[in-house]
Each structure stands twice: as structure tokens, then as C-alpha cells.
Design a protein around this ligand. Structure first.
Ligand code: ADP
Length: 476
């Protein structure tokens, strides 16, 4: 299959393409994706710039109808598109289908929000003057997305962008063109004016800066790695462009002596290893108090050994492959680093399966302390480390001793500690007796410190980024 770019309402090819390979089976070529050059990116930006005023003037009903139709089709096709997602990204089929359903629900949520856009009317301090505070679209938004949630992340950026009246240029990750293409194909039939949604695939390092630096792009929403995000922030700073960044995590999961062991093990297993650990909200630092440490490590190790790792499309698989060879090599090198720094590694070997792919066993590194590189740097793979601590106060201190602040979890039956942790964990999201990963679609998502920058994504808070506030004074 050819995955073309979509510019100004037309599907367009490129002279060069990027091959799309199934990470569970490298002999399975899913298709070839367009590889845009800077000129093609410029055409997409121009199209969005021309189309933005028409969509900004659209009625809530027009916006509702588009978003609702997209949501309905995503939900109806979740099995088929979930299969495509798992085939190109490598998460298990239930995870792939669940992600497509979530994308559908996001469109449904923002369909509803089109009808709930309100403003404030206030009395002026000056006699006879009326004040209205309303929200206007930002204009053209550039959306740059990663490979790990190939349909949900484009959905949670495109749906609010359109809900609040903006035009869009989407630049998805190179590894997952199929999902971006499928989503935009649905959008292309949903009743939008030409140019309101544009899809430009290609190398991020080549066409990404074009999008970020264009004076015709009013705002950038980026999800990806810290170095790329930092570079984009510098560029947006120079251009005084509105910006939203979602980047890495080194998310702590505290397990206290009084935790229910089964709850703690299942939260950590899910949080650290589901989606092959390739979630920015993954539980990568397991901070465990003395009294439960040995029992917890034994029970988690047993659960990990029982995990079925294999082809993402096979029944019963709990962990699919790593997304590609480069990421797999990075994971393996972090396992070496952890061992050299004094950690005790179990699991983490490269695995062979019937089909050739990027498989590895989940890894647990025990006997670590929070200063080791394995506890400072995001790996983005199925690797968790255990940090032994004396009690709750030390656990909280270690949990917060990180450059990141996306999600933080605690497993405890103590209301006092749960409540204190909720208030004092320095993270955008806090989970009690739940994995650090796995969030609802109707509430804000985002972090603090090095994890995020700018307004929150998702839920009603998305309006902060996708609109600009206007205060109007009238003397009738
Ligand atoms: P990951 O390691 O998750 O792939 P990246 O930050 O490399 O994270 O990529 C996230 C997204 O950013 C991808 O869509 C990628 O193509 C894009 N990207 C990469 N480099 C740049 C850049 N210099 N400017 C803008 N976007 C970029």
C-alpha cells in the first residue's frame, strides 16, 4: 500500500518513499510512505493558511458533524484499524484495538465540546460599558507526533484543533505512516473544506523545522523526545510561537509495606511492560520500602517470567516487539549500563520467535540507587529498576528526585500516605493503586519539569492551547 500525503484536499505522491515494516515480522512490508521535501511542506502550510478563516467561521453544528462522523467511523472500524496499528507499531492486538477505540472516543468527546463553547460576560468598572471574554481559534497549528500512540496522539491533537476552529498540518512519525494515513483518510471524507487538514509525511529532521519556523504556522504541538522538543522550543521562542510539548518521563511507582501485593505487582507489570514499555507514562522506577521489597521483587519476577512475548498479532501475547532495531539496541545498551553501574539484571535478553522481529524479554534491574543512569534517563523500553528505600518519606524524596514530572504512582492501603503523596508528588498526574500509565480521554494529560511545556492536552483543558482569549469592551 502507498501512504500518500494529503495537501489541500488532494492525495499527493513524492518521488522518494520510506518503507513501513512490521516489527513483529520484518519480512512483512506494510507499505511505502511519502517522503515530503520542504517545498511540499510549504504547500501544505499555505493550504492550511488559506483554509483557516473559513473553518474559523464554521458553525458549532458543522464542527460537531465532522468530529462525530470521524468518531463513529473509528469506533466502527476499531478491529481493522487496530490490526493495522499493531502490525506497524508492535503493540498487542487488544492494545491496538483499544487505542483506535480511544481515538474514536476522543473525537466524540470533542464533538460534544463544539456545542459547549462558552464565554464570560462581566460588568465593567466603568459605567455603561459591557465586557465579553471569548475564545478564538489560534489559526494554523502544526502537529508533530511520535510513533508510540500512532492514532491516539494524532487524534488528541487534531480533534481539539478542529473543535476550536483551527486548520492543521500533521507531521506523524516516520515509523507509523499507516495509522496517520488511515485517520486522515477518514477526515478527508468527513465534510471539511479543502486545506483544513493536511498530512505531510517525511523525515522529521528535514521537514519538521520547516513547519516549526514558518511564519504562517501560529502554534506547534509536539510529542516526542526531549532533545527534539528542546530544539523546537528554542525555535518557537525565537519566533514567539505558541507551543505545547509532551516529552519524556522517568515515572516513579512507590510500593509501601502496607500495599496489597497483588495490586502492586499487577500495577507495576502493566505500568512497566505493557505496550513494551514504550509509553512516556511507563513505570520505570519502582521505589519499594524495605519490609515488602523481597516479596515484591519475587512476585514481580514470577509474573514477568510468565509474560508471553511474541508477534503482536498472535492471540494471547502480552508483550509485542520493540518498535525497531535502533530502539532495541538502545534498550540493550541501557541494560549493559545498568549492570556496569552495579545493578543486578534479570531478563532483558534479545529473543527469537518464529518470525524475525525486534523481540526482547522484559527486564528488571534490582539493587539500584536513584543516581544511576538507569534511574535518571528515559529508556523507552521494557526495563524497570527497583530502588530500595527505608520508608515513605524517603520514597517520596526519591520519587521527586528526577528531571521529569509526568506521572507518579503509589501502591498503599494507607489513606494518610496516599493523600500526602497526591499532594506532594511533583508530577502532572498521580495514580493511587493504579499503573502510572493508562489515562482517561476526557481529562487533562501532561506533566511538570522536563516532561511537558505549555498548556495541558485533552479534556476541556485543551482549549487553553487551541484557542486565544479575546476581551471585548462595548459602550452601547
Ligand atoms: P522518537 O524518539 O519518539 O521518535 P523524536 O523526537 O525523534 O522522538 O520524534 C518525534 C517526532 O518529531 C517525529 O514525528 C519526528 O519525525 C519529529 N522530528 C524529529 N526531528 C525533528 C525536528 N528537528 N523538528 C521537528 N520535528 C522533528
Amino acid at each position: 500500500m502507498d501512504f500518500k500525503n494529503f495537501i489541500d484536499g488532494t492525495w499527493v505522491t513524492t518521488s522518494e518513499t520510506i518503507v513501513n515494516v512490521n516489527p513483529s515480522d520484518v519480512s512483512d512490508i506494510i507499505g511505502h510512505a511519502a517522503k515530503a521535501d520542504a517545498a511540499q511542506m510549504d504547500r501544505a502550510i499555505d493550504a492550511a493558511h488559506r483554509a483557516a478563516p473559513e473553518w474559523a467561521a464554521s458553525t458549532p453544528q458543522q464542527r460537531f458533524d465532522v468530529l462525530d462522523a470521524v468518531g463513529t467511523e473509528l469506533l466502527a472500524r476499531k478491529a481493522e484499524l487496530g490490526r493495522l496499528l499493531s502490525r506497524e507499531e508492535g503493540k498487542t492486538l487488544p492494545e491496538g484495538i483499544g487505542e483506535v477505540a480511544r481515538a474514536g472516543q476522543i473525537f466524540k468527546f470533542f464533538a460534544g465540546e463544539t456545542l459547549r463553547q462558552t464565554g464570560d460576560r462581566l460588568a465593567s468598572v466603568r459605567p455603561g460599558v459591557e465586557i465579553d471574554v471569548t475564545r478564538s481559534p489560534v489559526g494554523v497549528v502544526g502537529l508533530i507526533t511520535p510513533w508510540n500512540f500512532p492514532i491516539a496522539i494524532p487524534a488528541w491533537k487534531i480533534a481539539p484543533a478542529l473543535c476550536y476552529g483551527n486548520a492543521v498540518v500533521l507531521k506523524p512519525a516516520e515509523l507509523v505512516p499507516g495509522c496517520a494515513h488511515a485517520l486522515v483518510e477518514i477526515l478527508s471524507r468527513a465534510g471539511l473544506p479543502d486545506g483544513v487538514v493536511n498530512l505531510v509525511m517525511g523525515r522529521g529532521s528535514e521537514i519538521g523545522p520547516r513547519l516549526v519556523e514558518s511564519p504562517k504556522v501560529d502554534a506547534i504541538s509536539f510529542t516526542g523526545s526531549v532533545p527534539t522538543g528542546r530544539g523546537i522550543a528554542e525555535s518557537c521562542g525565537r519566533h514567539l510561537k505558541k507551543l505545547q510539548l509532551e516529552m519524556g518521563g522517568k515515572n516513579p511507582m512507590v510500593v509501601l509495606d502496607d500495599a496489597d501485593l497483588d495490586t502492586a505487582v499487577s500495577a507495576c507489570l502493566n505500568g512497566a511492560f505493557f505496550s513494551t514499555g514504550q509509553r512516556c507514562t511507563a513505570s520505570s522506577r519502582l521505589i519499594v520500602t524495605d519490609g515488602i521489597h523481597d516479596r515484591f521483587v519475587a512476585a514481580l519476577s514470577e509474573a514477568m517470567a510468565a509474560m508471553k512475548v511474541g508477534n503482536a498479532l498472535e492471540d494471547g501475547i502480552q508483550m509485542g516487539p520493540v518498535v525497531d532495531e535502533r530502539q532495541l539496541q538502545q534498550n540493550l545498551s541501557y541494560i549493559d549500563i545498568a549492570a556496569q553501574d552495579g545493578g543486578k539484571v534479570s531478563g532483558g535478553e534479545r529473543l527469537n520467535r518464529a518470525t524475525e522481529g525486534f523481540y526482547m524479554a522484559p527486564a528488571l534491574v534490582t539493587e539500584t540507587d536513584n543516581s544511576m543512569r538507569i534511574n535518571r534517563e528515559e529508556v523507552f523500553g521494557p526495563i524497570a529498576s527497583v530502588i530500595r528505600v527505608g520508608g515513605y518519606d524517603e520514597a517520596l524524596q526519591v520519587a521527586n528526585d528526577t528531571a521529569f514530572g509526568l506521572s507518579a504512582g503509589i501502591c498503599t492501603t494507607s489513606l494518610k500516605h496516599a493523600s500526602h503523596f497526591r499532594q506532594n508528588a511533583r508530577a502532572g498526574m498521580v495514580m493511587v493503586n493504579l499503573p502510572t500509565a493508562g489515562v482517561d480521554y476526557h481529562v487533562p494529560f501532561g506533566g511538570t519539569k522536563g516532561s511537558s511545556f505549555g498548556p495541558r492536552e485533552q479534556g476541556r483543558y485543551a482549549a487553553e492551547f487551541y484557542t486565544t482569549v479575546k476581551t471585548a469592551y462595548t459602550l452601547p
